[in-house]
Design a protein around this ligand. Sequence first.
Ligand SMILES: Cc1cc2nc3c(=O)[nH]c(=O)nc-3n(C[C@H](O)[C@H](O)[C@H](O)COP(=O)(O)OP(=O)(O)OC[C@H]3O[C@@H](n4cnc5c(N)ncnc54)[C@H](O)[C@@H]3O)c2cc1C
Length: 528
Amino acid sequence: MTSETYDYIIVGSGSAGAVIASRLSEKADLKVLLLEAGGPDTRAEIHVPFYATKLFKTRLDWAYYTEEEPHLNFRRIYWPRGKVLGGSSSSNFMTVQRGHPHDFDRWCELGNSEWSFSKLLPYYKKLENHFSGPSEYHGVGGPVNVARLKCINPLTHVYLEAAVEAGFSRTHDHNGAHPDGVDHVQVTQKGGRRWSVVDGYLTPARGRQNLTIKTHAPVTSLMIDKKRVRGVTCVQDGKVLQIFASREVILCGGVINSPQLLMLSGIGPADPLKSLGIPIVLDLPGVGQNLQDHFLVPINYHCKKPISLANAELAENQDIYMSSRDGPLTSNQVEGVNIVKTDPTLPVSDLSINFVPNYFLDYGFKSYDAHAFNFYTTLRRAESVGDLTLFSKNPFAPPRVRANYLSKSNELKTLLKGVKIVREIAHAKPFAPYRGSELDPGKSAQTESAIADYIRNRGQSEFHPVGTCKMGNDPLAVVDQQLRVRGIEGLRVADASIFPTQISVAANITVIMIGEKAAAMISKGEAS
Ligand SMILES: Cc1cc2nc3c(=O)[nH]c(=O)nc-3n(C[C@H](O)[C@H](O)[C@H](O)COP(=O)(O)OP(=O)(O)OC[C@H]3O[C@@H](n4cnc5c(N)ncnc54)[C@H](O)[C@@H]3O)c2cc1C
């Protein structure tokens, strides 16, 4: 066994961890270690936007599954999570969506006064290099390049026109003054390539003497003495390493692995941990609770013209990509988004209708041997709450995940409205030259019960689970507003698990923002 000491140890190099490692190591007198369970981001498919789904179920994917979901006909739902440098920022679909100011004002109302939208906006601006230039809402010169897609499929332009014709408003910036409405997506890309947190934060920091990055180094437990975290135990090259942190350990393992690591280390709900033979360090009942996700329903149409992304991988398009980083392989596939209210009296939007100019079902594993286009409608304000517990004290065994999708009856009703809206948009005039038959759920699914069956059989995660180490001051809160684990010294959590409630859109840019804010809070503590 070998041992080393750092000021800060960061566990997990994903959307939050990479940011914190980079920001803390800006101070040359701090010794920072970043530990990542996965390997370096060398696989070519990571960097080509169109190939995001090719990373599913590879060794770069933790490939979790929920338990059998009672409201989805007992299907187990697949949850990809990046297991590689950059975490899920190296494997996601790259869309940039900040969320509605209301989302964060709700966090504030729940006792997190430092997390209102107005207090977070400076961090969103600081992190980005936004294509629209500097403004009240946007920043330039930051590490995260936010771009428009270089090559937009013609069907996506049709989608925008059709949504407007169906009565939806057009916005020109979901991340600005008008978050609702239909627009092209904004993406974390630069020059037609994915722009992950490795590109934005770690690559520029690599030359620093005071930053050590270890890959293939899964942390298996925290070393805790008298309610103070002293360091971590991890495994690298078959060796067990004990590594000490003189100041803090910061968990950034993501929504599944951070609560798992806390529980493996004896921090969590006491009774279930005791029954697994894990010695209790702190009875913290909220660890693993409050799990929330976005649930989506895919709807596919045959396309009468041969213009969809089914052509993307043709040799000529590979050549265009290789020579100029342009063409359809620069597409993240999710090219259009429409954030809507299913009822005008609602205070905030509750659904989104996303557009993919390609066939999409079963996470992309099911193919269609012709041209097609897809709309997927997502519940923005799901109230279903799940949880995460351990099956075993083996750190390499996946935990037990229950999402509890559609456990509230209004959620199914909202999705039924979503399918209706999709059909209205698909039947708007601009789609007439392109729209063939509805493939999924298909023309025969007309009654509410037939559509509900389809939703239960084909709905899936939109890959944004959050909330398992929530921030707050109620009995189920795991971290305080400074992201310090309550009742333990020298330990923070900073990643998607700290969301007190789900936000209305995708999570990546918000998790990066959490990384920026966490680093600023830690640095402020250093200065005081
Ligand atoms: C397929 C997919 C598509 C998505 N699409 C979008 C999108 O288009 N837009 C969007 O905004 N969001 C999207 N998301 C969600 C978004 O990417 C995540 O919410 C966000 O990246 C989560 O960041 P995180 O820091 O919490 O965790 P992650 O980025 O997942 O990072 C956690 C890191 O910790 C490492 N780790 C875990 N356990 C250990 C351990 N014990 N020891 C060492 N290292 C460990 C992991 O390997 C990983 O690298 C998508 C997610 C996925 C998976």
